[in-house]
Design a protein around this ligand. Structure first.
Ligand SMILES: [Zn+2]
Ligand SMILES: [Zn+2]
Length: 186
């Protein structure tokens, strides 16, 4: 996976990462393993796998980049533009003129947004660069309030909403069960 953050994998990031992991005790918050530990697991098919634990900080609130973030920014800028009543009405007339009378207000607004965007691509690009810069800087800020440390296994499980089994401390289960499938589930 490539990361969109300019700061990812830079010396600054690695330093922030190492410092934060050390501050958090150098262990995964969920399973307690430290970097380099080898965990032996058996997958569903019965294959034994040795996994070398790798720790990483993760932001509690995801800092987003890419199309989604850019679209959100477009909406924000477009909403700000709507405050200018004169220009707004002018754009509306333009959109209605194109679409005719048999459309609803949502179609009109969508067309207005497209027209606005076509004329403001440069502004959007400029604002997005600013947003990206700020997000990249924010990405480097790791504190107990903003981030946590987990290994790759626990991170994946956490993303899927799973819990670490309290009995074996090795496998994961859905919150509705008390323990993992291997430990008897339920
Ligand atoms: Zn873990
Ligand atoms: Zn278990």
């Amino acid at each position: 996976m490539t990361r969109a953050f300019d700061t990812y994998n830079t010396p600054e990031w690695r330093e922030a990462r190492d410092t934060f992991i050390a501050e958090q005790g150098g262990v995964c918050e969920m399973c307690g393993h430290k970097e380099g530990d080898v965990v032996t697991v058996v997958d569903i098919k019965g294959h034994v796998k040795n996994i070398v634990i790798k720790l990483n900080p993760h932001h509690k609130e995801k800092i987003k980049l890419g199309i989604g973030a850019r679209n959100k920014l477009i909406t924000k800028l477009f909403n700000a533009f709507s405050k200018n009543k004169i220009l707004w009405e002018r754009l509306k007339d333009l959109a209605v003129g194109e679409l005719g009378d048999y459309v609803d207000s949502r179609d009109i607004r969508a067309r207005m947004k497209t027209l606005w965007y076509d004329n403001n691509k440069q502004l959007v690009d400029k604002e997005y660069q600013k947003y990206k810069q700020a997000a990249s800087e924010q990405y480097l800020i790791l504190t107990p309030a903003t981030a946590y440390v987990t290994c790759q296994r626990c991170h994946y499980a956490r993303e899927k909403g799973l819990l670490l089994c309290k009995k074996c401390g090795l496998y994961y289960h859905k919150p509705k069960y008390r323990q993992c499938y291997r430990c008897g589930g339920m």
